[in-house]
Design a protein around this ligand. Structure first.
Ligand code: CA
Length: 236
């Protein structure tokens, strides 16, 4: 059974926070609030949410930048709820992978219906992938389990990787057989890395390789594409 769906409301205006929270909680959802981007990322890192409601005008970071980070890093559905009515913002948000877009002022009942739609669709997806098949990737004999956050070598040994190392592998695994540039990888994983730079990506990847070598695995888990970036060759 799924628990009470937990929703993350990313909103800096106290009034909207309070109204939305009260409304959604009355409708049976558990609502947690983040007042800015940094807090949002911290919460997404530590908790599972079924949905994110994202305001675009936040004090510390532009909502569209945050949206891209969420999309690159988590599966959670996102509804943008904003007073920005620009067509270009709306298109950008949808292009970046927002599942829905609602402009303020909005009809709370309409928001609720959109929230329920997305939550029930994602519940169906979660059930369909129960057992975790969708969240497991295999490459060169390696298995990366995104749910359990484990990396298992071809010889069955679990390799302990740091968050930055894991996130790079997960980013590559989510774009199977595609080359990602250092800049793209950095963009996806940078909030998990201290003082990120493109060079950091090389360093983390060579650490992953060293860990593989240390347990006697010669098959390189990651393919280097000289002058461009990295990729994983994934068999379906
Ligand atoms: Ca705002």
């Amino acid at each position: 059974m799924l628990r009470t769906p937990r929703v993350l409301l990313v909103e800096d205006e106290a009034l909207t926070q309070g109204l939305l929270r009260a409304f959604l909680e009355k409708e049976g959802l558990a609502v947690e609030v983040a007042s800015g981007g940094e807090e949002m990322l911290r919460r997404l890192d530590s908790e599972d949410y079924r949905l994110v409601l994202l305001d675009l005008c936040l004090p510390d970071e532009d909502g569209l930048v945050l949206l891209r980070r969420v999309r690159n890093h988590w599966d959670v559905p996102v509804i943008v709820v904003t007073s920005r009515t620009d067509r270009s913002d709306r298109l950008t948000a949808l292009e970046l992978g927002a599942d829905d877009y609602l402009t303020k002022p909005f009809d709370p009942q309409e928001l609720l219906l959109r929230v329920r739609n997305l939550i029930s669709r994602s519940a169906a997806r979660i059930e369909a992938s129960a057992g975790g098949e969708r969240r497991r990737y295999e490459f060169n004999g390696w298995t990366l389990d995104v749910g359990a956050r484990t990396l298992v070598a071809p010889n069955g040994v679990e390799v302990v990787v740091t968050r930055g190392e894991f996130d790079i592998l997960a980013a590559l695994a989510r774009s199977p057989n595609r080359v990602l540039s250092r800049a793209q990888i950095l963009d996806i994983v940078s909030h998990g890395i201290e003082s990120p730079s493109e060079r950091t990506i090389d360093v983390l990847i060579s650490r992953i390789r060293r860990k593989a070598a240390a347990i006697g695995i010669s098959a390189d888990p990651i393919a280097t594409v000289p002058g461009f970036g990295y990729k994983l060759r994934i068999r379906n």
